[in-house]
Design a protein around this ligand. Structure first.
Ligand code: TA6
Length: 303
């Protein structure tokens, strides 16, 4: 199915709630709008790049230097890391974080959700020969995005083949913060983590996570986490289901400069808190089964 804008609007548009357009770099864009705010989703990578509740600053960070290029993940938003997280275990030239985040996805469905006055969009990964060459398994990969009182993303891996498949995955969410030096990430106290800045050393988290240098940690963690942002007088609550890993990342100064698309001091205004199943917590999906990784993001006012 093509991502022809007129066809998309005819088939899936919802008056006043969901419209498709040609976005930056000519990439097809879905814009969701309702009483709970607005969100924008690139069909490439099924990458949400904006979520702004009413009266709030954007909750999701998009690099001011983001490049919108066909076949390349955009810096910021919610990149979908699938069917592997990080570098490929064997093939160094395979794309980091898998191929889903830079691939074409097709719209499967859209609906108003009367139960919560929300708007929902469902997308499916379009398998290409290149994908099959890198990952020769039969899977249908879908994502459901719902703009409602909370923002929900649900990544579904459906095994349509005859043998079990193993995936590592993450919703690699960039959250917008006032100043990363003045926020804390709560909810990880007592969790073990691999410190990727220190050679993957296993450590134990004590108290909240604070930021004063490059931070790249894979926590074994299944509960909620909270980004406390006094500068914006808000807390972002991150709830998740079927996720054994939480990744916390800020590139800080030198890595941000090496990345080249973080913008001037962009690292100060973002933190990644990623929900997934990575490192030792890969997921095996039996033939005919489906695995659902889901997150809900909600804002709370700080007193
Ligand atoms: O999730 C953290 C991480 O794995 C970091 O190590 C860093 O590589 C980051 O992802 C961004 O990766 P990307 O391929 O998007 O530049």
């Amino acid at each position: 199915m093509s991502n022809d804008i007129d066809t998309l609007n005819a088939r899936f548009g919802i008056a006043g709630q969901l419209a498709f357009s040609e976005g930056p770099g000519g990439l097809a864009l879905a814009e969701l709008t309702n009483a709970h705010g607005s969100a924008r989703v690139l069909l490439q990578g099924a990458q949400l790049i904006d979520w702004t509740p009413p009266g709030q600053a954007p909750v999701i960070w998009l690099s001011p230097a983001a490049r919108f290029t066909v076949g390349k993940a955009v810096r910021g938003g919610v990149p979908v890391c699938w069917p592997w997280f990080g570098p490929h275990a064997v093939e160094a030239d395979y794309p980091a974080h898998g191929f889903a985040r830079s691939a074409p996805w097709e719209v499967m469905a859209s609906r108003q959700s009367p139960e919560n006055a929300g708007t929902e969009l469902r997308l499916r990964l379009q398998r290409t020969d290149a994908h099959v060459a890198m990952w020769p398994h039969d899977c249908a990969t879908e994502i459901r995005i719902s703009l409602a009182p909370t923002l929900t993303l649900e990544l579904v891996t459906r095994n349509t083949g005859r043998v079990a498949v193993t995936v590592s995955e993450a919703l690699h969410t960039y959250f917008a913060v006032s100043d990363v030096r003045r926020i804390t990430v709560e909810g990880l106290d007592g969790c073990t983590f691999f410190d990727k800045v220190d050679g993957g050393r296993q450590c134990l988290q004590s108290g909240p996570v604070t930021f004063g240098a490059e931070t790249d940690r894979i926590y074994r963690h299944t509960g909620d986490s909270l980004i406390e942002d006094p500068g914006l007088a808000r807390r972002i609550r991150i709830s998740k289901q079927d996720s054994a890993s939480t990744v916390v990342w800020n590139p800080w100064i030198d890595k941000a400069a090496r990345l080249g698309d973080m913008g001037e001091d962009g690292y100060l205004n973002m933190v990644c808190v990623e929900s997934g199943n990575v490192a030792g917590d890969v997921v095996s999906v039996a033939p005919g089964d489906a695995h659902r990784l889901a997150v809900q993001y909600a804002l709370e006012n700080l007193p």
